[in-house]
Unconditional design. Sequence first.
Length: 376
Amino acid sequence: MSIAILETVKMQAGFELEFDKIIINELKRQGHEPVLFLPENSTLDADLGVPIEYMAGGSIVNYENIGRLTKYWRMLQREFRRIKWFNAAYAKAKNGEVDAIILTTATYRYLRSLRKSKLKNSPVPVIFIFLGVTPKEKPRFLREVRECAKFENIKLKITSLRNDFLDEHNSNLKIITPPVVTPATLPVKSEQKDKKFIKIGFFGHYRKGEKDIDGILCAFVKAKLGEKARLIVQIAPTSDEDAIELNKIMRKYAQEPAISFITGKLLGAKWYAALQSVDVIFLPYTATRYLYNWSAIYFTAIGFHKPVLVTSVLNPEILAGYDIGMEVDLQDMDVFKRQLSEFVYSYREKLPIYERELKRANKDFGHTEFIRKLLG
């Protein structure tokens, strides 16, 4: 089939681009012919290896580094343009140019735009992928879902590890499991069991209140694991205030030989190289939204066959079904210190179990199964 991926957000090197790559590469592997629909005057940070067709209606609206009032205006502008992009995609579907259309990172606002566009009456399936729905979003999401129930070819797929919609009897709404994230061009390295140190990587953007970096580093130092483990920490603040705080933390632990820092964003090959360079990935997320939204970096860790250290709110269904690491308590740093020591000292003994379970998880959350459920 000819399948269009309609992308309406800024396509920088990051999760959105990687997610599109996963879908496009697997569609091609299964014999489909993907094409990318982009808003006019848009550019990509990478070549996805597919034809690109541009949708009339204006360029992508950027939210970065703007104030609240400007953001509100741009939200209205984005919705207005989204309706035009949807109308352009409808014209191509009506002309028989594609057999299906996929929108990869949708929100309930997309459905509101859909209802105002011609695309709601598409002659081919239009598949919206939602990366999870939080309780706060759920009422607005369900209102739009019910409004769209009458549109036969509108298919709504929530990528989630839980089902909070059992009472919804809408045949167009389905829950599907998310895919592991790993670039097709980079092979997974086998574990080197003779390494002197276990390298634990702590990657991602820092948002105040989500990760207690200072407390984590203090616990690591107090655990006295320097002869067995190394902690590699990425420092990537999301605001000027965060940057000031992180610089203080870096200075505080600059003399600790078992701790090293990577500053700034890691994109493309640098990001993959950083993941490959560590043995374990530490995911200290505490925001409750991760009970509902699947963590891209968690599924990247799985895709790279890396054992994990995670919190109780981060997709708990994973550790409940797969023995690929340890859950840690960041509410009590003394408890966390003991857990960290236990993990490090038992790591090599448990490594065969982690490796076996990671292979199982990669099969269960593989791209083949994901596309089957997406198109099904």
